[in-house]
Design a protein around this ligand. Structure first.
Ligand code: CP3
Length: 347
């Protein structure tokens, strides 16, 4: 492995500078990605290993990030469990036209064998590993049981999450049945990604923050813990990213993960004090800073490095995915600034 800074920082081993990558780094802000997307729809791109590999490696070539994340989507798992998935072009976004509404719907879901229904992902991982040839580590990922359940019950992104909230408040037993089933699907899926060559995995809990403190524990974190506990011994490092869940940092850090992903609502220095030396931290620049001029981006990078302070255990990232209308030059300046400003914090 030529550049293993990311893996070393995750394991809190010494590094000469802070590694950096961006959530959603393969995506529409890159003209090279848009050129590939012109030729195929989004799901075909996910399911064609040659193309998925090509767009996975684009940000490594174009921006010089310190890790690649396999190109796919969290919603291919519900699809493999038996739900029809449509990704609408333009404003619509992803949609399940027949969302889960009854206990019968939940009972009918399959726990898929990833070697069968999700083989395109493990094939893309194996091919990407070969093409990367050790340049940077490759990250696999999945959605958290709670975040996947939210999409599966709502049918799409939502403002108030009425249907999934009705499920947890009025039919908690059915909710737990669903979450337990997704947790099983997701842990076998992560085990398959690691077996195929993923060197770290990230669990995205995009909607953890819509739950109260107690409900976050009961309906989200509990199942994230279950997913991690079901990984094979000596598994690759696990990053848990729960958006808007700064209230529960200590408990997320104790979930069995090796690193906690942070959104920009928390101070990185305070987060470090709260979790101690148990886990690494990943984050947490506001993605909209990338709209600002390059000098302002660099100032923000300096400020976040200073918040974390000296020593290893920090993977620089945005606090959520890069936005589709960010200028590529700004993304490039972000990566450059982390590489140039961070050696001062390591010895
Ligand atoms: O990070 C990467 O570069 C790897 C690829 C990746 C995608 N989705 C590609 C994608 C990853 C890690 C995801 C995760 C994902 N997908 C999450 C969790 C992370 C987060 O952002 O909170 C969620 C909630 C989804 C569900 C999803 N998929 C949404 C809400 C959308 C539409 C909104 C949007 O950003 O476009 C998608 C589609 C999607 N997934 C696109 C990409 C590049 C855009 C599709 C296109 O090319 O038209």
């Amino acid at each position: 492995m030529q550049n293993d800074l990311f893996l070393r920082a995750l394991l809190r081993q010494p590094v000469p500078r802070t590694p950096v990558w961006m959530m959603r780094q393969a995506g529409r802000y890159l003209p090279e990605y848009r050129a590939v997307r012109k030729t195929v729809d989004f799901l075909t791109l996910c399911k064609t290993p040659d193309l998925a590999t090509e767009v996975t490696i684009q940000p490594v070539d174009i921006l010089g990030v310190d890790a690649a994340i396999i190109f796919s989507d969290i919603l291919v798992v519900p699809e493999a469990m038996g739900m029809e998935l449509i990704i609408e072009e333009g404003q619509g976004g992803p949609c399940f036209p027949s969302p889960l509404r009854t206990t019968g719907d939940i009972e009918a879901l399959a726990v898929p064998d990833p070697g069968d229904r999700l083989k395109f992902v493990t094939d893309a991982i194996a091919l990407t590993k070969r093409k990367l040839n050790g340049r940077v580590p490759l990250i696999g990922f999945c959605g958290s049981p709670w975040t996947l359940a939210s999409y599966m019950v709502e049918g799409r992104g939502s403002r108030n999450f009425r249907h999934v909230k009705e499920l947890i408040f009025d039919s908690p037993q059915a909710a737990h049945l669903l979450l337990e089933k997704i947790a099983r699907a997701v842990s076998t899926y992560l085990n398959a990604q690691i077996a195929a060559g993923a060197q770290a995995v990230q669990i995205f809990d995009t909607w953890g923050g819509i739950l109260s403190y107690d409900c976050f524990e009961e309906f989200s974190l509990r199942y994230i813990r279950q997913v991690i506990a079901n990984l094979k011994p000596d598994h690759a490092p696990v990053i848990v990213f729960c958006k808007d869940c700064g209230h529960s940092l200590e408990r997320i850090a104790a979930s069995g993960c090796q690193a906690v992903g942070l959104d920009w609502s928390v101070n990185l220095g305070e987060a470090r004090t709260r979790v101690g030396s148990a886990v690494a931290l990943q984050g947490n620049m506001d993605p909209t800073i990338l709209y600002a001029r390059p000098d302002r981006i660099r100032t923000e990078v300096r400020s976040i490095l200073k918040q974390f302070g000296t020593g290893t255990g920090h993977v620089f990232n945005l606090g959520h995915g890069i936005l589709p209308d960010v200028p590529v030059e700004h993304a490039r300046e972000f990566i450059r600034a982390v590489k140039e400003e961070s050696p001062a914090y390591h010895n």
